[in-house]
Design a protein around this ligand. Structure first.
Ligand code: SF4
Length: 289
């Protein structure tokens, strides 16, 4: 099995077998992201992916979940993805779920029937980075997709029977516009009704464009207290009618939250309020990506 460069996966895929289907990210322009800046994007040959699956089979006993990396493996056409999924079924018959990263544009390029075909052949979850519900923030970070496009993409995923896990970033608007970022993100989640929402907190590494903007004083990062206030405003604006698992328990977050919406909304809001009142926020030294 071969891995090229650093490999990233969502926290919930920590115990999954990771197979690189693409190298890097087809978009690779988001200003806050340095994950794949050192990689020139390419789609791997299907034959190489098959070789990796065969070689993994020799090393691993039971494999419950497989995650297809890198940045947006869903960029592959269905014909190739189906060959890979079919080989997974034959080689790892015990595998219960295949997960994959996809950009909003990758989803929008597929038809409903194509997404259903992926679901029927093993794709159980698509991870999609929305980052913000604010069109201004999406433009500023060069996300390559609008609020309306992201909502449509997530609704398409859920309508196909695949679970959508959507990631957002606290603090992404900086000190200017954090309230709009929070409100627009909350209402966006209400509109798209994803199965899962993950809320991280902005941390920037060298190599990301935003890192230089922060150094130059062009982007002012939120204080820990303001991040928590922003999260509370975001939560207040989420009104979903079907169950949405909300997680803000990543190593980057100042307060760890986990609950099912709408049921646990008030409990999580009270948790944020208590954290502010008691100054019980994660020390900066213990935050990480
Ligand atoms: S955030 Fe996602 S879409 Fe944007 S550059 Fe990074 S990997 Fe690519």
């Amino acid at each position: 099995m071969r891995y090229e460069g650093s490999v990233y996966r969502p926290p919930s895929e920590a115990y999954s077998l990771i197979i690189q289907v693409t190298i890097g990210c087809a978009h690779n322009k988001c200003t806050f992201c340095s994950m794949f800046k050192d990689k020139k994007f390419r789609i791997r040959k299907v034959s190489e992916v098959i070789e990796d699956l065969n070689s993994a089979r020799k090393y691993y006993g039971r494999v419950n979940k497989i995650f297809l990396a890198d940045g947006d493996a869903l960029v592959l056409n269905n014909k190739d993805l189906l060959v890979i999924l079919d080989h997974i079924k034959k080689t790892f018959p015990e595998c219960e779920r295949v997960g994959i990263y996809g950009s909003p544009q990758d989803v929008l390029r597929k038809t409903h029937e194509e997404l259903v075909e992926l679901r029927d052949n093993g794709i159980g979850i698509i991870y999609i980075g929305a980052e913000s519900g604010s069109d201004k923030v999406l433009k500023d970070i060069v996300k390559g997709a609008t609020r309306a496009e992201i909502i449509k993409a997530v609704q398409m995923i859920e309508a196909s029977g695949i679970k959508a896990s959507v990631t957002f970033i606290s603090g992404l608007a900086g000190t200017d516009g954090w309230e709009d970022h929070a409100i627009q993100t909350g209402t966006m989640i209400s509109e798209m009704q994803p199965s899962y929402v993950g809320l991280l907190t902005l941390m920037i590494e060298p190599g990301a464009e935003l890192y230089d903007d922060i150094k130059a004083g062009k982007f002012k990062i939120l204080s820990a207290v303001d991040v928590v206030k922003e999260t509370a405003l975001l939560l207040e604006n989420i009104n979903v009618t079907k169950k949405c698992v909300f997680r803000s328990n990543h190593a980057s977050n100042y307060v760890s939250l986990r609950g099912d919406l709408p049921k646990d909304k008030e409990r999580m809001l009270a948790q944020l309020k208590n954290a502010l009142a008691n100054h019980n926020l994660k020390d900066e030294r213990f935050r990480m990506l």
